[in-house]
Design a protein around this ligand. Structure first.
Ligand code: NAD
Length: 296
């Protein structure tokens, strides 16, 4: 089986390494020399264009920053749909809007190429450990076809429904995550200002009804969770700019169906402000800085 992997960054790079470790042959492409270097070191075969990687591929996996990159890689001048053989399978794991993947799937269908969405949850830690959750938007038959390869990179492969519904699941989850992280930051900052020890407060929240992933696993207050980005100056986590992108996707999708997302809009503005303050690359739990006195 020939697998092509396009987009070998923080997530894609680790995911491709897990395919290589499982004994698969992987042909890869990325714009970044550093990403390609890591890929070669792990035994990957570097190609000079997306089309070269996809030549004769049975499966193409893409893990790219945003919708415009995904469109480019599938439908652009060097796009892979132009070169893939009929019967091949394309799995886009990027987080993008549901409509883009539906458009690409339609273009693929005309050439008997199957395209589906399988965005992920689990972050770079899950990508490294091979414990990602994949949210697959595909027909039942295509979902079954994705499972063997996705299982080499993750521990859960969930069928969400037709093409595009993987993205729906992903952006709704991250809408909730952005709001819940902000809620925990607001509560922690208030509690500490009112005089409670942050460890005592986190202990109470985590055994009470305020408990959630943001309070228990990724608490935004430093040194509550030893492995959380807040305990290493908000480095190496899920970047604020990516959370801002995902909130934008949820709000845009909500606009298309005229559904209110009141808290989402508010939290989007807070994340926008955090990016403007120069924290775009810090972990999104750094939203707590909006509630603390400015550092001198
Ligand atoms: P990244 O920026 O580290 O990696 C993206 C890679 O794509 C880069 O190496 C870049 O050079 C490459 N690229 C861009 N345009 C390209 C093109 N036209 N052809 C080939 N390569 C191209 O981003 P990431 O953190 O790996 O995230 C990738 C996707 O996964 C995003 O959609 C993100 O929202 C999603 N995601 C990220 C995380 C996370 O924790 N980082 C978690 C879940 C989902």
């Amino acid at each position: 089986m020939k697998i092509a992997f396009i987009g070998l960054g923080n997530m894609g790079g680790c995911m491709a390494q897990n395919l290589l470790k499982a004994g698969q042959q992987v042909w890869g492409y990325d714009l970044s020399e550093v990403a390609l270097q890591h890929f070669t070191e792990g035994g990957g075969i570097v190609c000079s264009t997306p089309q070269a990687a996809a030549q004769e591929a049975d499966i193409v996996i893409t893990m790219l920053p945003a919708a415009k990159h995904v469109r480019d890689v599938y439908l652009g001048e060097d796009g892979v749909l132009a070169t893939l053989k009929a019967g091949s399978l394309c799995i886009d794991c990027s987080t993008i809007d549901p409509q883009t993947i539906k458009d690409i799937a339609e273009a693929g269908e005309a050439k008997q190429i199957v395209v589906c969405d399988a965005p992920v949850s689990g972050g770079t830690i899950g990508a490294q450990a091979g414990t990602l959750t994949f949210m697959v938007g595909a027909s039942e038959q295509t979902y079954e076809a994705t499972k063997p390869v996705l299982s080499l990179m993750g521990k859960n492969v969930v069928h969400c429904g037709a093409v595009g519904t993987g993205q729906v699941a992903k952006i709704c989850n991250n809408l909730i995550l952005g709001i819940s992280m902000t809620a925990v930051a607001e509560g922690m900052a208030l509690g500490v200002k009112l005089g409670i020890d942050p460890h005592a407060l986190a202990g109470v929240i985590n055994s009470s009804s305020g408990r959630c992933w943001s309070s228990e696993v990724c608490n935004p207050w430093p040194d509550i969770c030893a492995n959380a980005p807040a305990s290493r100056d908000y480095q190496d986590g899920f970047a604020t700019q990516l959370m801002l992108k995902d909130l934008g996707l949820a709000i845009e999708a909500a606009g298309q169906v005229k559904q209110p997302v009141l808290l989402g809009g508010l939290v989007q503005q807070l994340y926008q402000q955090l990016c403007l303050q120069g924290h775009a690359n810090l972990d999104f739990s750094s939203i707590i800085q909006q509630y603390l006195p400015a550092q001198k």
